[in-house]
Design a protein around this ligand. Sequence first.
Ligand SMILES: Nc1ncnc2c1ncn2[C@@H]1O[C@H](COP(=O)(O)OP(=O)(O)OP(=O)(O)O)[C@@H](O)[C@H]1O
Length: 568
Amino acid sequence: MVGVKHMDPESLLEGLDESQRRAAVATSGPVRIIAGAGAGKTRTITRRIAYACALDVWNPSHVLAVTFSKRAAQEMHSRLDGLGFGDVKARTFHSAALGQLHLVWDAVTTDAFPEIHQSSPKALAEAVRIVTNRTDLDKGAVQDVESEINWAKVSLIAPQDYPTVCKATGRVPPAGLEPDTFAELAQEYERQKAAANRMDFNDILLLVCHIIERFPRQARRIRGGIDCITVDEYQDVSPLQHRLLRLWLGDINEVCVVGDAAQTIYSFAGATSYYLRDFAREFAPVHSDIVLNRDYRSTPQIVQYANRVLAASPHRDEYLELTSAQPKGRDIRPTRYEDDSAEAQGIAARIKRLQEHGVPLGDIGVLTRTNAQLKPIAKALEERGIASSVRKVEFTDGNESETTPQNGDWASAGMSGNAPSDTMAAPSPAASLAPAERTIPASSPSTPTAVATQRRMAAEEQALAQLTQLRQRGSATTMPARQTVSLSTIHAAKGLEWKYVFVAGCADGLIPYHSPTDESEREEERRLMYVAVTRAQKELFPSYASTDAPSTGYAPHERMLSPFLRGK
Ligand SMILES: Nc1ncnc2c1ncn2[C@@H]1O[C@H](COP(=O)(O)OP(=O)(O)OP(=O)(O)O)[C@@H](O)[C@H]1O
């Protein structure tokens, strides 16, 4: 860590454009920064924090910067450290909450601190058996059930309210379960988990919410360490995370949120850009409301292409239109291949040519909608002796990995199955919400397809494992990551950039995946395409295959270019 350098505050504003500068000097909250892809949001918020600390407006050790992934937290910390303010706490929601839970645990209960697990398959299987008398649910169905429990939990829908939500929104529980049975199962799952003294990531958030609400002295301890909060990627906040943020803040309004509604790609897991869009009303009067729409990452052609993806959206007015700060680059035209295998070969051949022209492999990313699509590309690269590495989609572990922002399930009823002390004998925090807090935000997913999406992502982990094996057989694993082509799903590529980006599988049916019947699902697919396109700095190579793989044994299906790339 670099020691505090007593930096001249003005020097911290160097290299910021006018809008970024306005954001950086807005040292009183509430502040909202709507920042498009590549618009320098990380640069802006780190300078803003450093500037306020250099002016002694804030004490660095009382500043909390919240991100959605460990990688983003590390990036934020290293930039702040470089500016001389390494004392600022850059944390994920889960790691910040976990630290607070450890801080106050002994003051609220005599129980041992529960073990933390991302999921508890045994507890879930047992709950299914007890409630439904079934032991025949396949792995996919069990995953669907778990995903649905997670979704309800981050959406702050208590089990007893779940059937009403289904009735009101047409949501269908997974695995053919009736809403009432599902609610019962969710409660039983919590009991099983509590009996095993286990807690999942969202239990951590729910418990901290509960403690701040019910234990005033502990609430003061928790809040005592926080004078102001900055939340990055605010478009991905869930109702549960939003609630925790409000409780952390209490009466203070020193909050700055940064986000881009066009980059919400985790709605299926409970994320919603509603809070970003509603910020000016919720925190009125806001001190500053700033838009950063100058993209420093990508060429004008890439930016125009990205704008076009959003242009036909019925939600266009919720999204920014970007302008590029870069010199002109090459025009972009999607390449059409005969089938998936030809596409994989074509991409590999192009990458080989780039390599021969001196492009470092680390400057190249290949993005797809699903993990399974990466496999033939990895194989084609391997055949040409090109090293690649796969970015893994890892689900929230709260403080250790790349994440989806939401995960976990309903709270374990204050560990009630764990012989709690009187002080901790609390009902499920989700169940104890005021009714107004239990409503579902407008943009929450309301169809079973959202569950299927999660299931698909989980199932794709299998394909990923195979892919990793494939890589291990090749030379890739012995190469430093910088010398390999990055293979990534679009979800896992969020927040990253490469000079050369290949987006494979830009076909109708792959992106959008299948045929979303629900408007909000289709819109999420559009945003995924936008995120993919905006990862490219210098050159973008979209491609698709006009038929699916001939090796499937079925008659090949005709494919069309993705409607998101067809323009208006
Ligand atoms: N004012 C500026 N002048 C020159 N370069 C800038 C400026 N602001 C940002 N950049 C550069 O633009 C790129 C994107 O900035 P940053 O990493 O802060 O992105 P971001 O907005 O957090 O991106 P995203 O949200 O898409 O992940 C970086 O390479 C950064 O150095």
